[in-house]
Design a protein around this ligand. Sequence first.
Ligand SMILES: NC(=O)c1ccc[n+]([C@@H]2O[C@H](COP(=O)([O-])OP(=O)(O)OC[C@H]3O[C@@H](n4cnc5c(N)ncnc54)[C@H](OP(=O)(O)O)[C@@H]3O)[C@@H](O)[C@H]2O)c1
Length: 174
Amino acid sequence: MNLIVAADANWGIGRDNKLLASIPTDMKYFREHTLGKVVVMGRRTLESMPGSKALPKRINYVLSSNPDFEAEGCRVVHGEYELFDELSQFDPDDVYLIGGGSLYNRFYKYCDKLYVTKIDAVLDADTFITNFDEDEDFEVISESEPVTENGLTFRFVVYKKKKEGIDRSKTLRF
Ligand SMILES: NC(=O)c1ccc[n+]([C@@H]2O[C@H](COP(=O)([O-])OP(=O)(O)OC[C@H]3O[C@@H](n4cnc5c(N)ncnc54)[C@H](OP(=O)(O)O)[C@@H]3O)[C@@H](O)[C@H]2O)c1
């Protein structure tokens, strides 16, 4: 499984159930990675999307503890066991964890690659994720040149899980 996120300099990712910034180049990067793939999100992230709609041309999984929750175009799962059971039918490289904070923090350890758009600013977030630079199980394998758009400078950074010397409980592919 992969993870894709845009985070500010404090690893903030959202406020009032919205993204912190609109960055068209980052949206393009997100689309390029996820089109035709499987995306996994929390119920709040689905509701943060325009019209609370599933992302087109992708298989959308939404996690909610509410047994009555339904969302058009989405496959709703109600717990981690059910989620991983469902995801086991796909190639892990084709699965992207797309938010929000609760899912990133709970599941990033199970991801092989973390695609992080690092925004070089502090943006008044109310939702934060783990600082991946401080997790010794991951290393940076690529980092783009800085790009500036809409007054924000950002870089595309890719982390990969180290294969050796890590806790075996964290090596599950999902
Ligand atoms: N910067 C980015 O790249 C990015 C990407 C995505 C989202 N975001 C931001 O992240 C924020 C939302 O994050 P969030 O943490 O508040 O919400 P979230 O992770 O999107 O969704 C949380 C919800 O998911 C369900 N859930 C989570 N873990 C579960 C589990 N183990 N079993 C069953 N259900 C579970 C629960 O739904 P129920 O309450 O229905 O049980 C929970 O309330 C927003 O500001 C959004 O804009 C940012």
